[in-house]
Design a protein around this ligand. Structure first.
Ligand SMILES: *[C@@H]1O[C@H](CO)[C@@H](O)[C@H](O)[C@H]1NC(C)=O
Ligand SMILES: *[C@@H]1O[C@H](CO)[C@@H](O)[C@H](O)[C@H]1NC(C)=O
Ligand SMILES: *[C@@H]1O[C@H](CO)[C@@H](O)[C@H](O)[C@H]1NC(C)=O
Length: 388
């Protein structure tokens, strides 16, 4: 791929978010959806590197792969669910960090016998939680046949309110967060419940900016290889891998990081370096001399061998970040401030970009396509023209 083509890709910010799927057999009770998956564009915000979807009356919500709920700022006139509602119980099954369990709700000011449900939306970027009303909100997207949008669809979702002050560190214009964790109040579960589609979604993150999208699924890897050679690690147990849209670049636990960087350093011993490297990276190269392939720079491929036998293969397009005109750096960083039992690897937004990821909550499975450039496409190629 030429430089011009690569820059062309970086310039595009639209992408696809599909609640993929065939009609679900279990969701046929109610809702009113007709079994068509929904699609919405994803935009990467240049200043925060977060990914947003315009699903709340044209306003954006930030995608968070580890978020348990959908939350947004509310009008003063919003309805509030009652405490005995099963959605109130679901909202209380996931308490954010540092949030005291203080009961399901509070008495209604007008009717003290009515208990109004309180939810605890969490903003992972500011680290704040709030205690606010659990409400219902209209969300909208387009039905799709998988190729084009077909027609607009609105549906009512159970969401949490949030004060304006809770929007700290979100992209300008965003009014909340759409959680995508495997929970009952996550966005995809509510699309499934109202549209008669399976509880499953596909995410194709666009490049451009220094991105992040979040994810609470854990997968496990058995080995890491660089150029088909296994990286020698001290700890021979399974490597816990997490996906996170909250961080731009993949981070490795310090022991794994050292062994990985040393292996990549050795595999690229002949390549022309740029020193000192550009922080936060440790290995930087003269990009004019790296050579190009249709999968990005011609650098050693990295394989994360997952339990189950599949490889998450990272080619130059997802391993090397262009930090200035003539310099590209190996875009993996060392985990800092880890405590307890940290995962070995947290895959960040840059390494997920232009990879079609399919999260199947019903089967608890993650599918991925590998870098789409090899198939002459990108996450920005979905045709957003309405089908005739
Ligand atoms: C639905 O598709 C139309 C046509 O592409 C687009 O203008 C509109 O923004 C889409 N709506 C949503 C919510 O994505
Ligand atoms: C995964 O990658 C490793 C290292 O490159 C390779 O030896 C192995 O054959 C690959 N497995 C599959 C299923 O492609
Ligand atoms: C996008 O879809 C529309 C409607 O189906 C079609 O007319 C148009 O040719 C498509 N564009 C591309 C680039 O395929």
């Amino acid at each position: 791929m030429s430089r011009a083509e690569r820059q062309g890709l970086l310039a595009v910010s639209l992408c696809v978010f599909l609640a993929l799927s065939s009609p679900s057999t279990v969701a046929s009770r109610g809702g009113g959806g007709n079994g068509k998956p929904l699609v919405t564009a994803i935009t990467k915000d240049a200043s925060t590197s977060l990914y947003t979807v315009p699903i709340k009356d044209g306003h954006s919500l930030v995608l968070d792969l580890a978020g348990a709920l959908v939350w947004a700022t509310c009008d003063a006139s919003h309805p509030t669910l009652e405490c005995h509602h099963h959605f109130c119980m679901y909202a209380h099954s996931y308490l954010p960090p540092n949030c005291p369990q203080n009961g399901y709700g509070h008495a209604d000011v007008k009717d003290p016998f009515r208990c109004q449900c309180t939810a605890h939306p969490y903003n992972p970027f500011s680290g704040e939680s709030a205690s606010v009303d659990l409400t219902r909100t209209r969300l909208s997207a387009n039905a799709t046949d998988g190729k084009n949008p077909l027609y607009p669809v609105s549906f009512t979702a159970v969401t949490s309110c949030a004060p304006e002050s809770h929007l700290e560190k979100l992209p300008a214009g965003a009014v909340g967060i759409a959680g995508l964790a495997p929970t009952r109040l996550a966005l995809q579960a509510q699309v499934a419940g109202t549209q008669n589609v399976a509880n499953k979604f596909a995410l194709c993150l666009p490049s451009g900016g220094d991105g992040v999208a979040i994810f609470g699924y854990f997968i496990s890897a058995t080995k890491i290889s660089v150029n088909h050679e296994q990286v020698q690690l001290y700890d021979h147990g399974p490597l816990v891998v997490e996906l996170s849209s909250r961080i731009p670049y993949t981070v490795f636990r310090p022991d794994v990081y050292r062994a990985f960087i040393d292996a990549f350093d050795k595999a690229t011993a002949e390549r022309k370096r740029v020193t000192p490297p550009v922080a936060p990276f440790e290995l930087c190269y003269d990009s004019r001399e790296l050579g190009s392939t249709r999968l990005g720079y011609a650098v050693p491929q990295i394989d994360l061998e997952l339990e189950g036998g599949e490889n998450w293969t990272v080619f130059g397009g997802n391993s090397m970040a262009q930090v200035n005109d003539n310099t590209a750096c190996l875009a993996f960083v060392k985990m800092t401030g880890e405590k307890g039992n940290p995962p070995a690897v947290v895959i960040g937004g840059f390494q997920m970009e232009n990879n079609l990821l399919v999260f199947d909550d019903e089967k608890a499975r993650l599918g991925f396509s590998g870098l789409l450039w090899g198939r002459q496409t990108t996450c920005s190629n979905f045709n957003f023209t309405l089908a005739a």
